[in-house]
Ligand binder design. Structure first.
Ligand SMILES: [Zn+2]
Length: 146
């Protein structure tokens, strides 16, 4: 970026210096060169702006995930969503949180995973497909609370 801008500045200075003693053709060539440098600079600025937008979006996603994680209730190595300080439902996959920083709620086998009846009673991550045997702590769902 800075090298392109420096080239532009150098070019502008060169133009002033040589304007008097250059033919029209040479002058036109210098202007064309400068135009190309401007186009390159604009293109580079647009690329940088795109990178900045992508990074801003990433920061926002990370902040959202961080806020979500901080609101979770920990119990026996598992994390649960909670409401009014009370955890509810099935926990999130600890492996996916550790490995990818993402939260996937465990489900009973067969539900979204295609696992067979032999895994009944266990819990499965719908993302990494890891099967969690007993005991996976579970709290009543919000709608099941008295
Ligand atoms: Zn997982």
């Amino acid at each position: 970026m800075s090298s392109v801008l420096k080239d532009l500045a150098d070019g502008a200075r060169a133009l002033q210096r040589i304007k008097q003693d250059l033919s029209d053709v040479q002058f036109q060539e210098e202007i064309l060169n400068l135009r190309q440098l401007l186009v390159d600079a604009q293109s580079e600025i647009m690329e940088r702006n795109q990178e900045i937008d992508n990074l801003k979006s990433k920061v926002k996603d990370l902040q959202t995930t961080k806020d979500f994680a901080e609101g979770l209730h920990s119990h026996n190595g598992f994390k649960f969503e909670s409401k009014d300080g009370e955890p509810f439902g099935l926990p999130f996959c600890p492996a996916c949180e550790t490995n990818h920083g993402k939260f996937f709620r465990l489900v009973p086998p067969g539900e979204k995973t295609g696992n067979t009846y032999k895994d009944r009673g266990k819990k499965v991550c719908p993302n990494c497909k890891h099967v969690y045997g007993y005991p996976v702590p579970t709290f009543p769902e919000l709608e099941d609370r008295g």
